[in-house]
Ligand binder design. Sequence first.
Ligand code: HT7
Ligand code: ZN
Length: 844
Amino acid sequence: PKTVYLAEYTPFGFIVEDVSLTFDLDPHKTRVKSRIAFRPNPEATDKTFFLHGENLDLISATIDGKPVNTEQTDEGLTCPVPDAPFVWEAEVEIDPANNTALEGLYMSNGMYCTQCEAEGFRKITYYPDRPDVMATFNVTVNGPHPVLLSNGNPVKTSQHHVEWHDPWPKPPYLFALVAGDLVAHSDSFTTMSGRKVDLNLYVRPGDEGKCAFGMEALKASMKWDEDVYGREYDLDLFNIVAVDDFNMGAMENKGLNIFNSSAVLASPETSTDMNFERIEAIIAHEYFHNWTGNRITCRDWFQLCLKEGLTVFRDSQFTSDMRSAPVKRISDVIDLRARQFPEDQGPLAHPVRPESFQEINNFYTATVYEKGAEVIGMLKTLVGDEGYYKALDLYFTRHDGDAATIEDWLKVFEDTTGRDLSQFKRWYSQAGTPRVKVEESFELDELTLTFTQHTPPSTATPDPQPQVIPIALGLIGPDGKEVLETQTVELHEETQIIRITSLEGRPVPSILRGFSAPIVLEQDLSDADRAHLLAHDTDPFNRWEAGRTLARKALLGIIENGASVDEAYLDGLRAVITDDSLDPAYRALMLGLPSQSDLANTLYEAGKAPDPAAIYDATETMRDVLASHLKDDLHALYKANQVSEPYQPDAEQSGKRSLANAMLSLITRAEGAELAAQQYAAADNMTQQLAALANAIRVGQGAQMLADFEAQWKDDRLVMDKWFGLQVMEAKPKDAAATAERLTEHPDFNHKNPNRFRAVFGALAMHHAGFHHESGDAYTLLADWLITLDPINPQTTARMCSAFQTWKRYDADRQNKIKTEVARILATRDLSRDTTEMLTRIQG
Ligand code: HT7
Ligand code: ZN
């Protein structure tokens, strides 16, 4: 396969003035007519006329009305063109019903829909399918469906025929079309300048009752973007469509967002609190793309973080404002460490702005998205709130309508704040997680902190250079009072020393407050100091972090020498979770343990091969210890956090449920499933029902509930995804692979549906002790199914390959087993470019 390089960017030789497309829909023989006005691009040196096109049956092609001879390959076509403006017209035939890759125009439950990011438009018609070619689109859709949608505003509507015009020039990846028997949940929003925008959420008949929350989230997002960033919506219509077969969460097509139904449909009976929060965030994310992605797009796919990092950052700000900022920050860091750190520290490591790729779909990663957002968070910390919003205002005015680059992005910050960001730019070009070691000494009244930064070299970045690292820190005095409020120091050098004087007695340094940089902090604090921070830190993130570090230490003690858990830590934890002045959601987070994968990594970094079974056992022991130490509080806290008001998916209620369910889990462990059964019977919402079921399964008393649950929800696809996933998640390690295999034989298992495939195999890959069970059965099962899925859906197959990315952490036997499976998949005939690239990189 061909490798594409950032350094080789050249502009396209032609400018597209305007595009007209006509679709005559048919499941196997959809006809697409295109009329594209081109003119030579004066800024381009390469004047080759190449149009991308894949899996297209070319019926006819003309230039200025005259037939042309085209030269076709698997990737597109070329033909001679005049050295002056000209009109290209073509007709192609495509087969949406057989498009199982879910890229281009495809069918899902009888409805037509599209997915064009990143390079799917070329599966619809011949076109320069690159984000820097922006044009206005006119789209005619002919089909026997009640709903026929495309981007922009409808300009002519008759039965089985709708014409659309999108006035905003856009790259082809934002093109969308939907047709089907859909129903709309409608509303409207009046923008800050007084324009009324019609809003519709289109769903399959039967799903109407799951639209209200998504609609409210959309309106809240529109308002928030006006209030915080001054960004107003720019069409008369905003449509969202829910689709059951979808490779990712959602897609920000201009004026016609398409959502995985799991990312938009919600009701209290069928969705958990976590589902509601995720839906709110994804709706916001896609809506925010209207400015950060659509009005200002990317010059090329190497700049993906320009829109994704910024939009993730914006949706995190939104969630923090709508819910609890500390809870959101802690949840984001848990997620970053679980998904981005392993990527950045393993064979798939790449810079936030990659410099080469074979298949761009493989670079929609936690590094581009989540580390990309962290980089923006650091910029904001460095330039301050005022500097940040000033720079963003300039970004929006200077680059509106552009296909921009990271250089453009950094330049607006340099121009508005006067800062030189050349060293900061390394965050975009260097792979790997920086490690910052902090050494402390205290003499008389002076505290000295010596910071040393080091980024381990990787294939992507063999010679990492020091980065700009903002470290937010404060000091907690011996009496528990804060003696230094949060200050941010900037690290630039490999080693930097900071001195703080006039202190009365040695304070405990609270470093990397709010997780001010995406690094690993190595700080040799005593257990007593950490317990002091757990009790007194004013920074909610670092207070939580202190507890988490103590929990990790306790778990490692159990794994390595069966040590008992430090009483001081247990008492400190008890004090926090019984402190009614603290938010219940925050207290519930305090009770969470480091993941088993995280523990495996800690052991690996210490030069020891982790034993997944021992890690699993230690985690179980630790939970038993917590249950026993907190036994006098469990029932009281469970009761105190019951919600008697009608269900609301807001932060307050969901926080209470999460603390109550953390109690339920410890109670069930200590006493069996009686309370879980009561909760299951009384539950009027999915959060309570699912938590009860999970706990009952965990203690081996869930069989009847599982059967009842299936009988109750067998016709609800999204709830059944939970039923599939939960059984794998809650299986004992030795049973995880067999449980997944058994579920693949269930009549409702459908590997062509990404949600269902992920429910089973995503859960298996996340089940650390089950996936890495010594038998190797899970490796083999996953490999078998990846081989089956690859010819059907390469994108979803390739994403799932990352389950194997941590293979180097484990012992020789497990390493060999994984390597054998990876090689077996790679030896499959006609393996996709997506999966080949992922597995080759994983092999290292
Ligand atoms: N910009 C989108 C990324 C995307 C995608 C979405 C659905 C299916 C396939 C896709 N490939 C890339 C989603 C987002 O980040 O908002
Ligand atoms: Zn996005």
